[in-house]
Design a protein around this ligand. Structure first.
Ligand code: ADP
Length: 386
């Protein structure tokens, strides 16, 4: 096993498309890193660079401390599992597993030992004599994993390996895969566009947008302390609510957060930290679980836009009273089933302890009680850092 280092990597394709910009990231030996981002953000390019299927335009790529820019895929000893599995259809499961080992001219007893090990690890014993077409999607997926594993690669690369499975199977295999990665302790780079898959499989999650690394952090930190609006809006389902906001004085000493025509008082502990951003244009963020319904005389006035009844919870979509039609719809996560009607007036309160604050460039300024952002930047009245 080995660590992996991207050092200020740029990738410009021959046609001139730049897919990756100054990408720097170190993946520790034995770590499972999930690389997540929307379609076209450069995830596959990063994986292909690591596999040796593409070469960086600038920067250095290291595996186990050694620069591999000029090494062929074979020299790197990385194994890749693709979304379409790429199993040989005319070979049995056993032959599919043996193939990469035969290519490397491993002695017969060693091949046998490796096959037994992978078959046991992935529960493939019963399936060894079947052809791929005689397997279910999940079983095919396990064979593809086995074929990558038998080579005992230094780095394990997975490109959306679960995307061809139906939703239920995906969740089941995801859990199995998570356990397998823990047991193997293999350095793994796992590419997905599905944030929930990234959050369950990655020891850390790297969020990429437009070829640039936005944030890399353990799942909980990414959720609680998103570095910018992109990450806040990408992680979480429904994602974080993001609203234009302003902090203004209230009473003698207090501060309040204005959201359109309405406002809510800030708890003193938070208000003190937020004073530097008084009167600046900001974006406030709040997760759907930190909105709740409240009594007739308190909270913010809102109108029900829609509701989704999921059984264990209700997702309520709201529009704040007095907000323009172009204003974002707010999502609130309420436990159990609660029936609402479109157009119904409700009052909501935001738990101000869990408010996030972003500047006009979308950079996080503060995360309420979950912590201050690392970059504390006082802003002027136009929202420009002083
Ligand atoms: P993702 O895996 O996140 O969907 P990709 O890495 O496949 O993203 O693509 C990133 C960008 O690079 C896209 O704009 C894509 O069109 C472009 N791209 C990918 N492969 C090539 C290629 N071989 N030649 C030119 N452009 C490419």
């Amino acid at each position: 096993m080995a660590d992996v280092e991207f050092e200020t990597i740029d990738k410009i394709y021959p046609g001139g498309t730049q897919a990756v910009f100054a990408f720097s990231l170190t993946i520790a030996d034995g770590e499972a890193l999930a690389l997540v981002g929307p379609s076209g953000c450069g995830k596959s390019t990063l994986l292909r660079l690591l596999a040796g299927l593409e070469t960086p335009t600038h920067g250095v790529l290291r595996i186990g401390g050694e620069a591999v820019n000029d090494q062929s895929p074979q020299q790197r000893n990385v194994a890749m599992v693709f979304q379409d599995y790429a199993l040989y259809p005319h070979m049995t499961v056993r032959e599919n597993l043996e193939f990469p080992l035969k290519m490397r001219r491993l002695p017969r007893p060693d091949i046998e030992k490796q096959i037994q090990w992978a078959a046991e690890l992935l529960s493939l014993g019963e399936l060894l004599n079947r052809l791929p077409r005689q397997l279910s999607g999940g079983q095919r997926q396990r064979v593809a994993m086995g074929r990558a594993l038998v080579r005992q690669p230094t780095v394990f690369l997975m490109d959306e390996p679960l995307s061809n499975l139906d939703a239920r199977l995906r969740v089941q295999i995801r859990a199995e895969l998570s356990e397998l990665l823990d047991r193997l302790g293999a350095t793994t780079v796992y590419v997905t566009h599905d944030q929930s898959e990234a959050m369950t499989l990655g020891d850390r999650v790297a969020v990429v947008d437009h070829g640039r690394l936005q944030q890399v952090a353990p799942p909980q930190e990414l959720y609680e302390q998103p570095a910018n609006i992109f990450v806040a809006g990408f992680i979480g389902n429904p994602p974080m609510n993001l609203l234009p906001a302003k902090i203004t004085p209230f009473g003698e000493t207090r501060l309040r957060l204005c959201l359109g025509e309405q406002s809510l008082p800030l708890p003193p502990s938070i208000a003190e930290r937020w004073r530097p951003w008084l009167d600046a244009p900001l974006t406030a963020g709040i997760r759907p679980e930190h909105l709740s319904l409240t009594g007739q005389d308190s909270g913010l006035q809102a109108v029900v836009h829609d509701a989704e009844y999921l059984g264990h919870e209700t997702l309520l979509y709201l529009r704040l009273e007095g907000s323009p039609l172009t204003a974002p719809i707010l999502a609130a996560r309420l436990s159990g089933i609660r029936i609402f009607h479109k157009g119904e007036a409700v009052r909501v309160t935001l738990n101000a302890n869990y408010l996030h604050l972003f500047d006009t460039a979308g950079v996080a300024l503060d995360h309420g009680i979950t912590g201050q952002a690392t970059s504390i930047r006082p802003l002027n009245h136009s929202g420009i850092p002083l």
